[in-house]
Design a protein around this ligand. Sequence first.
Ligand code: CUA
Length: 309
Amino acid sequence: MLPEASTLAPAVDRIFWGLVGLSVVIMGVVGGLVLTFAIKYRRGTKAYRGPLPDIMSREVEIGWTVATLFVALFIFWWAAAAQLPHFLLPKKALEIHVVAKQWMWKVQHPEGVREIDALHVPVGVPVKLEMTSQDVIHSFGVPAFRIKQDVLPGRYTSTWFEAKEVGDYHLFCTEYCGTDHARMTGTITVMEPEAYARWLAEQPHGEDLAGEGAQLFTALGCSACHGAQARVPAPSLANLYGSQVVLADGSRVTADEDYLRESIERPEAKVTAGYPSTMPSYQGIASEEQVVALVAYIKSQDGKRSQAR
Ligand code: CUA
């Protein structure tokens, strides 16, 4: 069996073994009956071969149908109770960005450290992955952690895990994505927190994500309209993240990460009330990683948040 290397693993394994046990019991009963009747009615025996006695009553029919239904409902409840809490992302977590592409995993730590086909994380700390793809659908699967999450182009998906044991674990792409799908693998290295901090310090540091986004904000021309000195009417990005935006059609939308990325790539999709829809699309101009950095920059443009940091 695989190591149970995350906090989610024991619950998933309990369900797995529970279902295996249940299947073995059913298989035993069915197999036992097949064998019993095969022996009892083998050629040459004097066992009764007349018409079937009329034993099938309505009560028996209803009884076994309802009993089967309850077993199925129990299994559904059992799996849901174990899996659903995992969809709630932890509030305090180490947030790491992952960009998938044919055929590699690109990882960005918030401190500006990058990795390819590798992910170093500390043990005993919830790690949240914000993931997107720059081409086709991939899937981030770590069997030892019992997690698997589709990674889609054009939107963010997240998953999280908390590693329980130090070690190296396999990362697989678990969605067929082209010729080298089978080679789209990586290694997740779980380290003691001190060793992780040391590893992080030793890596070449680029700009942190928000800093990189700040540079792109000027380099890609965003500041011409959204900057402090801009003369074109464009919504301010200060305190935008997490706020309610009123759109031209009167509806409201929460400015979350998906909204920000959509507004960069397809600005005409949700136009802020009171502003012209003149912003050009940055799809194909800003790469997937640049969009991640721009979103990180916009998220950092939050008075309260940056003071708290
Ligand atoms: Cu990426 Cu399969």
